[in-house]
Write a protein that binds this ligand. Structure first.
Ligand code: NAG
Ligand code: NAG
Length: 150
């Protein structure tokens, strides 16, 4: 090999290493995407009840009891969690006010994740019902309506 050819050979190897390093960096950022799939979900329910009424809410999952909270007029109650690795995260709540009470699943991974809401799941407590919003597609679309039971 001539000196010139040898220099080209070295240059080619250096270029290969640079390309390889770039590819490995990309592989590492793919891991970040996996992290994003397990990113936090925020659930909240806002008080839109009439006449300054408060509501009382108590939410639980298989692992957590979030306790009882009284939510004033115009306020909201929310919490965050990471989706269960088994894909079975379920949070259910009881909500009551002077106009009645309901029990419902505020978050169910198989119902909600990528189908109704991916990281922001919103509900309203209204005079006639608790209403859940679907943010996928044309969103926000009130697709779950749970009337108060007296
Ligand atoms: C996560 O899944 C496990 C196994 O299915 C279940 O026991 C647990 O309650 C789930 N956690 C939540 C927060 O739903
Ligand atoms: C969660 O939602 C799925 C799909 O709608 C449903 O089949 C399943 O029964 C729900 N899980 C619970 C524990 O209610």
């Amino acid at each position: 090999m001539s000196l010139v050819n040898r220099n080209y050979f070295v240059l080619a190897i250096v270029l290969c290493l640079l390309v390889l390093q770039e590819a490995m960096t990309k592989a590492i950022s793919t891991d970040d995407t996996t992290e994003a799939i397990l990113s936090e979900v925020n659930v909240d329910i806002a008080n839109k009840l009439p006449n300054g009424a408060t509501f009382t809410i108590h939410c639980k999952s298989g692992n957590d009891d979030l306790g009882t909270h009284v939510i004033g007029a115009g306020k909201s109650y929310g919490f965050s969690f990471k989706i269960n690795v088994t894909g079975s995260t379920l949070f259910f709540c009881g909500v009551s006010w002077q106009g009645g009470q309901v029990e419902f699943d505020i978050y169910n991974t198989s119902r909600d994740d990528g189908k109704r809401c991916s990281d922001e799941c919103k509900w309203l407590a209204k005079e006639d019902a608790v209403v859940g919003f679907n943010f996928i597609g044309t969103g926000p679309n009130p697709d779950i309506v749970i009337p108060w039971q007296k």
